[in-house]
Unconditional design. Structure first.
Lengths: 640, 470
């Protein structure tokens, strides 16, 4: 089979799954086998995708050139400007191909057990198929215009999935919020596309990059000559494109939709709001990375600081949340902040780029594992609130182990996956921007803290979970993905990622400086210990002893006051003031801004309704008024 | 010479002939078979549509008052296509309509008027066509004779359009005073920018703005749309609006080239007003027909933006957009008409839980609304995209940003209906409605148009080939 046949199958099968299930969603039989059909098709898709992407990496060991597999001219404007539709396979899209199909397959399998009692299960799997199709279309797009189309399709299918429990009004509201907020951001994206396309005289990624990424090309000179409000057109275009990415990737202040989107079914959160759709923004910036690096510093600076701020901001909020899925949502936002600022700082020889995509890759595995684990737990205790949980480790041994490993991975403890990618990010930040590096360090400390706060409250805190549930930990279809993903969370960090995926196609040796990584790891461990100290109750003495011994080594001399200080700073100041303030700003100011916008529109439209009185005489009056207004405006303007 | 006239006016002849036959039928036959008449007219309209493939020709007759060329022929076919689809979708209504022959006589006359208007190259010919296109519509708006609102709509339409025609004529006379001729070519040669010509132009311009219902000349629209029978509303908002927009392009780019500054300013003011006010009103509407009235007002604003761009791009983009607008609006009106005919329900809240029983109709309406809102990958997105591109061709970026913001607002109300249909359960949702096969075919054609026109490039490319003709 040729590569283009592969592509056809990879993109076509999820769509086929969507069509098949949506058209037959009425029949009883479909309801019964919908999950099996969809999962089977997804498995085949994954098989082909893995084959294609491994083929790509195997045949491009020394130089990762981009391959245009399919190319079809869609519109020809005559003057050399044409819009093409095509499939562009390069190292980053091959990597994404692998991630999206793999996570989607895991989520399909998990949903077999998790959603089996749902009435509209066929619709559910159909929407999953639609989502996978659009996401694959997005990552394979050869053209910035085409990526926009799939970008919107992803938005639509995410809307459908968040609002899946449509009898819950909060779910419907969340679906709408997600759609409108991301649409708002997409507006920037669209205008950015227009600016880049207009000056670059092309929409193709490769052509755009070769023209606008080259300071000597006439197009580059033109776009840097033009400007608006004192900022170059190139910067405008890139910033606007980034706004689109920030909307999908839930960067501050466009992040407000992400926590609410947790109203959707939990496996959906694992697929969309952890591993695939929310990283589309990172992917988009990575796609245009060569242009970003030649442009003036402004766009990359914005990306860096917004990314760093979002990372810290979300981590602070995550410390105060009690809903298990919301903690995970804010943690996702924080991790994407990491990826963003890593792209922004560039680093030596594109190290930031490699680190960012590496983190995207590893994050996909452990974050979807966390979400699926959360799904299992919610399935067991029938609640999202952390206070309803506790002491679950004996009841759910498998979930416990996998959750623990995922927590270790996200906290950056070696040898789990997150360690390698986070270390690369911190190193890239360290070499280029010290301030961002410190933000990163603090955030990774907080990450370890809140993840283990979650872990200890769910699995420890009380001796044993009081109720026993007859359905146990869940069906095999729910356990299998957990096991596979756990394995992945342990192993994927060892992949020499920068050899395969990098900014300019030339493999870079990965670096791992043990000395450098000691600091961050110790900080993360401190975070874990702090969490353990507070959230693991007194009757687990042996562990407590071991932990206080661990504390003793680090703080032996300062025990008296550092401990108090920590307690004071975190519990009294960070929790009470910073964390709560951040949550307050989030809830009141930012939500409030969008709300008042809506109120204003509603109020104003109420106010002007008097114009539409129903009297023809009045209509004539307005008609005359219109003419008079236009004439006087024109004469006024022309008299200058 | 006579042969030349005969050949040049072939589309018009066909219409005249059928109007004449309908008149004879009306006077002679007592018991009419509604379906038969409807299908005969459909066949006739189909022939008109097929003129799309006729050999394009460039002819000028009647002392240069009437011209036709490939572009005009294409536009005429599009108008017929619109009428054909509307008529096919209104089959349920037509079957119960006692005055079906009047319906066709009136609307075909209006269509004939539009044909003459499109082919006009002289102000008087244009005015004649415009009046011929409008007056029958006022009569047709009253076809629901037993309903008070229908009569009100007709009266409002005739009064307002009489008023606007008076202003338009005043504008034409001022232009005549400024240039000494009414031939388009000569006006364009003689026109210089002075106070007289500006004043004349603004009056003419407001006449156009009235017809395409740009704010603040739009106030008749909602009342008339709400009161008139649904097929007439659809005709007004699709066919009539398309015809006037086509002529508007021609007049701006061919006749008033020397007033470019003036018309750019006027267009930008009107377009901003139109989208803002149209959107704000659309948010509040509870009646489906009024809602679509304001939605169609908002759509016009984007056409105005494109009109500010370079001629070739603007023309291509507008025709392409209108073609998509035709499919989307006709589909939306079609579904609403079918529902209104079956249950006499026209409120937005009546559509709660509509999806439960009427899957096909809900999907059609949803896709139509998505297309009107401009969500990719429906064709509506591409239509709006090219309009905005045309506006960008002269660099009016601020306007484009305002337009894009308004598109977001418009999203809210389009989505609201979709949410009602799919996501809310009503205490008594509408039962299954059986759709006539012909209507279903028309809906499927609209669906194909909305889904495929955007993704199938050659249509736009074909339209662009006309970009140098006017």
């Amino acid at each position: 089979m040729t590569n283009s046949t592969f592509i056809l199958l990879i993109v076509g099968l999820p769509f086929l799954s969507f069509l098949l299930l949506i058209l037959s969603s009425g029949s009883k039989l479909t309801q019964k086998v919908a999950g099996q059909i969809a999962t089977l098709l997804m498995a085949v898709t994954f098989f082909f995708a893995a084959k294609l992407s491994l083929n790509y990496f195997a045949s491009h060991l020394t130089q990762q050139t981009a391959e245009l597999l399919v190319n079809y001219t869609w519109l020809e404007f005559g003057s050399g400007l044409a819009i093409n539709m095509g499939v562009l396979l390069d190292s980053s899209s091959s990597m994404m191909l692998l991630v999206v199909t793999f996570i989607s397959l895991m989520v399909h399998i998990f949903s077999l057990g998790y959603m089996h009692h749902e009435e509209r299960i066929a619709n559910y799997f159909a929407f999953l198929g639609l989502f996978t199709f659009s996401m694959l279309g997005l990552i394979l797009s050869s053209n910035i215009f085409q990526i926009y189309i799939f970008w919107e399709l992803v938005g639509v299918s995410s809307f459908l999935l968040i609002g899946f429990y449509y009898h819950k009004s909060s779910a419907v509201a969340a679906a709408k919020k997600a759609f409108i907020v991301t649409r708002f951001a997409d507006l920037g994206f669209l205008i950015g596309i227009l600016i880049l396309g207009y000056y670059g005289e092309s929409f193709d990624f490769t052509t755009l990059i070769s023209r606008l990424g080259d300071v000597n090309s006439p197009q580059y000179k033109q776009i840097t000559m033009a400007g608006f409000a004192g900022i170059q057109a190139l910067s405008w275009g890139l910033i606007l494109v980034f706004i689109g990415g920030a909307g999908k990737s839930a960067m501050f202040p466009l992040h407000i939709w992400l926590p609410d989107a947790m109203e959707g079914p939990t496996p959906v959160s694992a697929l969309i709001h952890a591993a695939t759709m929310v990283v589309a923004g990172v992917f988009l910036v990575a796609r245009l990375f060569p242009i970003f690096t030649v442009a003036t510093a402004a766009p990359l600076q914005i990306i860096t600081y917004i990314g760093a701020f979002s990372a810290l901001f979300a981590a602070l909020i995550a410390c105060t949340q009690t809903d298990i899925k919301r903690v995970l949502a804010y943690s996702t936002m924080s991790q994407i902040g990491f990826m963003m600022f890593s792209l922004g700082v560039i680093g030596d020889n594109g190290a930031g780029y490699n680190a960012s995509l590496f983190h995207l890759f590893t994050h996909a595995f452990f974050k979807s594992l966390l979400f699926l684990g959360a799904g299992s737990i919610i399935h067991y205790v029938h609640s999202n609130e952390m206070e309803d949980m506790g002491g679950l480790r004996k009841k759910m041994p498998l979930t416990h182990i996998s959750f623990l490993i995922a927590c270790l991975a996200i906290s950056g403890i070696p040898p789990f996956a997150g360690f390698f990618s986070k270390e690369a990010i911190l190193h890239a930040a360290y070499t280029s921007n010290k301030m961002v590096f410190f933000v990163g360090i603090i955030t990774s400390f907080l990450t370890a803290f809140y993840m283990f706060r979650l872990y200890f409250t769910i699995f420890w805190s009380i001796p044993e979970y009081p109720k026993t549930n007859e359905h146990g930990e869940g069906t095999w279809s729910m356990k299998l993905p957990l096991m596979v993903l756990t394995l992945a969370s342990i192993l994927v960090g060892f992949i020499p990622f920068s050899k395969y995926v990098n900014s300019n196609g030339i493999p870079v040796e990965g670096h791992l400086e043990i000395v450098f990584s000691i600091g961050p790891v110790l900080l993360s461990i401190a975070g874990i210990l702090l969490a353990a100290y507070w959230f693991k109750t007194a009757n687990t003495k042996p562990q407590r002893l071991a932990i206080s011994m661990g504390n003793a080594f680090v703080w032996v001399r300062n025990k008296f006051y550092i401990d108090q200080l920590y307690l004071y700073i975190t519990k009294e100041i960070v929790f009470k003031y910073f964390g709560k303030t951040a949550a307050y700003i989030d809830k009141n100011l930012i939500d409030g801004f969008y709300l008042s916008l809506a109120h204003f529109t509603g109020y104003f439209s109420f106010f002007i309704r008097g114009i539409q009185s129903g009297n023809v005489q009045h209509y004539a009056l307005y008609f005359f008024g219109g003419i008079l207004g236009l004439v006087s405006l024109l004469f006024y303007l022309l008299s200058y | 010479m006579e042969i030349e006239i005969l050949l040049a006016l072939n589309q018009e002849w066909l219409l005249c002939l059928s109007i004449f036959l309908l008149l004879i039928l009306f006077l002679t036959i007592e018991n009419i078979n509604q379906t038969l008449i409807a299908h005969t007219i459909h066949a006739l309209l189909l022939v008109q549509v097929l003129f799309i493939w006729a050999e394009p020709k460039q002819v000028t007759v009647f002392n240069g008052m009437y011209t036709t060329n490939g572009l005009i022929q294409f536009q005429k076919s599009l108008l017929s296509l619109g009428f054909l689809l509307i008529s096919a979708l209104s089959l349920n209504w037509l079957k119960n309509c006692k005055s079906i022959i009047e319906f066709y006589i009136l609307l075909l006359s209006s269509l004939l008027g539009m044909y003459f208007m499109l082919s006009a190259s002289h102000m008087l010919m244009f005015y004649l066509g415009l009046e011929m296109a409008t007056i029958p519509l006022a009569a047709a708006a009253n076809l629901d004779i037993e309903k008070r609102k229908s009569g009100e709509a007709a009266m409002k339409l005739i009064y307002s359009s009489a008023f606007s025609s008076a202003i338009l004529l005043m504008g034409i006379s001022l232009i005549y005073g400024a240039c000494g001729s009414l031939h388009f070519a000569e006006i364009s040669n003689n026109l210089v920018q002075n106070n007289l010509s500006i004043f004349g132009f603004i009056m003419l311009f407001s006449g156009f703005a009235f017809k395409i219902s740009a704010v603040p000349f739009h106030l008749w629209t909602a009342d008339v749309y709400e009161g008139a029978p649904l097929p007439i509303t659809a005709f007004l908002s699709v066919v009539s609006k398309m015809a006037v927009s086509f002529v508007f392009i021609k007049i701006l780019f061919q006749v008033f080239v020397s007033l470019e500054v003036i018309y750019t300013i006027s267009l930008s003011v009107l377009s901003i007003l139109t989208m803002v006010v149209g959107n704000l009103f659309a948010i509040r509407q509870e009646n489906m027909k009024r809602f679509l009235a304001f939605s169609s007002i908002t759509q016009v604003a984007y056409i105005l933006i494109a009109l500010m761009g370079l001629q070739g791009m603007a023309q291509g983009a507008i025709i392409y957009f209108l073609l998509i607008y035709l499919f989307s609006t006709v589909a939306a009106f079609g579904v609403i008409g079918i529902v209104s005919e079956a249950y006499n329900k026209e409120n937005i809240s009546d559509y709660k839980g509509f999806y439960a029983q009427n899957k096909f109709l809900s999907w059609t309406l949803a896709i139509a609304l998505f297309s009107l809102a401009g969500v990719p990958p429906t064709a509506g997105f591409f239509g709006k995209f090219f309009l905005v591109m045309a506006g960008a061709s002269k660099g009016y970026f601020i306007l484009i940003i305002i337009a894009a913001l308004n598109m977001i607002i418009s999203f809210y109300y389009y989505l609201r209906i979709v949410r009602y249909m799919f996501m809310e359960e009503a205490t008594e949702s509408l039962q299954k409605i059986s759709v006539q096969p012909v209507s279903k075919l028309a809906l499927i054609i609209c669906l194909l148009g909305m889904v495929c026109l955007g993704l199938y490039g050659p249509v736009y490319e074909y339209i662009l080939t006309f970009s140098n003709t006017l």
